[in-house]
Structure formats: structure tokens, C-alpha cells
Design a binder for this molecule. Structure first.
Ligand code: NAI
Length: 371
């Protein structure tokens, strides 16, 4: 994938800005990708990962930053899409000087890009980066930050699942339905709680013994199955991939017995065309980046709170305001599912269309000159 993209619009690149950041002393090699600032400053996390090559790191940052533009647009945020990658093994390379060097590069963009957590970076890392840059979110609660974003990610997935249930069965209530959760990590755990509270039964799989122990001790009513493959083939109504990407592929989709897929994992569709396969099998797929936007909504509130007081008159992150916005994932999912029906396309295509429409229409307003 090239940075500029082809002029015939055949590929998905065409980023506004891509910045390579290098600090020899600390070993920092980072790439910041800004796909679009049409809706506002680009927001997206920093992934710290031992890529096999520079090309692989670049490919990932281009892909991920584009995805963030679509996610932020559909989350109704006045924020564009960006993402950053730090190339290297976080276990060996991560240090205060490296993170602070990275923070200075983020600061140098003057607010065109806000960073946050992603794979390999944590709330505590954001606190360190924030010592060098104002353009950091997802900091720790003690410092006034939004903290653990998986809380509202799980809440948003639950809302998206409710909208999908309403579309398929006529009622958003999940009572009496059986939901299969692949991955009882940070998001999967919260999601389990919401589903059980709504009256659903839960089956789950995880590769981590600690995660399975958590389920045995906290929710003994959850049925634990051998692995994600067994879960896919199990008698479930809803499948919620909450582990890794690529959960929906040429093997899993034909085996799937659920009528709905709605989960937190990013990039669930292993390759283009899987969305059609799902539709042909009569499976309703609630697009991943629509239903998992609660996390970005949570950290975006930290940015909003810096300049806007909440209903209580206070500045700073406001959990209730963020939760109210994440609850609207229900409405957005409904809107996408209806659009998909109206236009005769899979929901993933309808979501892309809606995101592109908002970026074009709201983005255009920036062309109106202000005094
Ligand atoms: P996590 O790392 O806390 O949990 C992932 C869980 O999946 C772990 O318990 C792990 O043992 C399990 N797992 C890994 N491979 C598995 C496999 N093959 N089969 C079954 N289980 C497996 O991650 P987290 O934060 O819960 O995120 C889950 C997914 O949601 C990830 O794909 C993440 O990118 C995505 N996501 C998370 C957000 C957040 O705010 N945490 C926001 C948006 C997306």
C-alpha cells in the first residue's frame, strides 16, 4: 500500500499526512498516520508492536488510521481519523525517554493528531507521553483522564447487539437468547455482565486460564467451551468475537449457527467478500467499528471536557456524558441496518457509505469562512 494512493480511487490510501519519527538515542521509530481531519483533529491510539519490517508497520498504520476516520465519523464525534505505530518490542524497548521522545513528536503536530492507548500501550504510558504533549487522551483517572476504555466499549457492543436483535427478532431484549463470547478479556468480561443482567445466557471461550477462572468464580452460570471454533459451531443465537481480528473467515462463516454477529474485536472480516458470505447465509453482521466505538467515545470525552463543561458545570472527563453518547450506538446500528435493507447492501457497506457521507457533508462546512 502506498501513502498517496492511486488517482483512480482503486485503493484505500490517500492519507492527508504521514509522519516518520526517529530518535536514535532511545530507539524510537514511530509512524503517525493522519487519514482525515475533515471532522476535526485526528484521534487514534498508538500501537507498540514488533513488526517484521518497516513496510509492515507502514501498512498497518495506513490501514488503522483510515479505519479510525470511519469509526470516529459514525460515532458522531467531531474528530478525524489517525493512528500511530511504534516499531519494536514493547517488552524490551519501552522506556520513559522513548515515550517522552514520542510525545514530543505528537506535540510537534500542533493538535492535528491526538493519541491514545492501543495494543502494547497502556493508560500509564499515556500519562508519560502527556508530560511532553497536550494532545494525549485515555490518561489515568487520577490525572483527570478517561481511564479504561473497555468499560464503554462493552456497553456500546451491548447496545449494537440490542439493535441487531431488534432488527432480526423484533425486540431489543436479549432475554432468552444465547450469546457466545470469544475472548473474556477486558471487554468480554464487562459484556458478560450486561448480557446476564438482560436475561441472556452466555457461552464463552478463551485461551487464557486466568480468564476462564474469572468466569468460573464470578459467573458460574457461563458455559465454558473448548475454544472459539467450538463456540462458532455451538447452538448460539449471537456470536460476539471479543478477542482477535479475522474471526469471520472462510472456515468460521459456513460453520456459524448464530443469526447475529456483534462483537468488540477490530477487523473481524478476514477479507473483503466475507460480508457477502454472511449475508448469503442469513447472518446479520453488525459492523465491528460501529459497535466497538464506545472506547473511542470514552477517550474522546476527555478531549471534549478540556473545553466544554458537563451538565454539572465541571470541566474534564465526564463518564455519564460519555456513556450517553455510547448508548447512541444503538440508534446508529439501527440506522445502518435499515440503510442496508433499503439499499440492498450488506451492513458493512452501508456503514462505510454513512461514514463517508458524514465526512463529506460535515467536513464541507469547514469551507464556510468564519470571521
Ligand atoms: P484483551 O487483551 O483484554 O482480551 C482479549 C481476550 O481474548 C484475552 O482474554 C485473550 O486470552 C483472549 N483470546 C486471545 N486469543 C484467543 C482465541 N484464539 N480464542 C479465544 N480467546 C482468545 O482485549 P480487550 O481490550 O478485551 O479487547 C478485545 C478486542 O476488542 C480486541 O480485538 C480489541 O482490539 C478490540 N477493541 C477493544 C477496545 C477497548 O476499549 N478495549 C476498543 C475497541 C476494540
Amino acid at each position: 500500500m502506498g501513502v498517496f494512493g492511486s488517482t483512480d480511487g482503486q485503493d484505500q490510501a490517500g492519507h492527508e499526512q504521514v509522519v516518520f519519527c526517529h530518535d536514535k538515542q532511545t530507539g524510537l521509530r514511530a509512524i503517525i498516520g493522519i487519514y482525515s481531519t475533515a471532522l476535526g483533529p485526528a484521534l487514534g491510539g498508538t500501537r507498540f508492536y514488533p513488526y517484521a519490517s518497516e513496510a509492515e508497520a507502514l501498512h498497518d498504520v495506513l490501514d488503522l488510521s483510515r479505519g479510525m476516520a470511519y469509526k470516529n465519523a459514525l460515532a458522531g464525534l467531531d474528530l478525524g481519523g489517525g493512528k500511530a505505530v511504534i516499531w519494536g518490542d514493547p517488552q524490551q524497548l519501552k522506556s520513559e525517554p522513548l515515550l517522552r521522545a514520542y510525545g514530543r513528536f505528537v506535540e510537534s503536530l500542533g493538535g492535528r493528531y491526538y493519541t491514545a492507548c492501543d495494543v502494547g500501550t497502556y493508560v500509564q504510558d499515556m500519562d508519560v507521553i502527556a508530560r511532553e504533549s497536550r494532545f494525549v487522551t485515555g490518561r489515568s483517572v487520577e490525572l483527570g483522564g478517561a481511564g479504561d476504555s473497555s468499560i464503554l466499549t462493552a456497553w456500546g457492543v451491548f447496545q449494537g447487539m440490542r439493535a441487531a436483535a431488534e432488527h432480526v427478532w423484533g425486540s431489543p431484549c436479549l432475554a432468552g437468547r444465547r450469546v457466545g463470547i470469544a475472548g473474556l478479556g477486558k471487554v468480554g468480561k464487562y459484556l458478560t455482565g450486561h448480557l446476564l443482567a438482560d436475561g441472556a445466557s452466555v457461552a464463552a471461550a478463551d485461551v487464557s486460564e486466568a480468564a476462564l477462572d474469572w468466569a468460573r468464580q464470578t459467573h458460574p452460570e457461563v458455559d465454558l467451551v473448548a475454544d472459539a471454533t467450538a463456540l462458532v459451531a455451538a447452538d448460539i443465537d449471537v456470536y460476539a468475537p471479543c478477542a482477535l481480528g479475522g474471526a469471520l473467515n472462510d472456515e468460521t462463516v459456513p460453520a456459524l449457527r448464530a443469526k447475529i454477529v456483534a462483537g468488540a474485536a477490530n477487523n473481524q472480516l478476514a477479507h473483503p467478500g466475507i460480508e457477502k458470505l454472511l449475508a448469503e447465509r442469513g447472518v446479520l453482521y453488525a459492523p465491528d467499528y460501529v459497535v466497538n466505538a464506545g472506547g473511542v467515545i470514552q477517550v474522546a470525552d476527555e478531549i471534549v471536557g478540556a473545553s466544554q463543561p458537563s451538565a454539572s458545570g465541571r470541566f474534564g472527563f465526564d463518564f455519564e456524558r460519555a456513556k450517553a453518547r455510547a448508548t447512541r450506538i444503538y440508534d446508529t446500528t439501527r440506522q445502518i441496518l435499515r440503510l442496508a435493507d433499503d439499499e440492498g447492501v450488506p451492513p458493512a457497506v452501508a456503514a462505510d457509505r454513512l461514514a463517508e457521507r458524514r465526512m463529506a457533508e460535515v467536513g464541507r462546512l469547514r469551507g464556510i469562512l468564519l470571521p
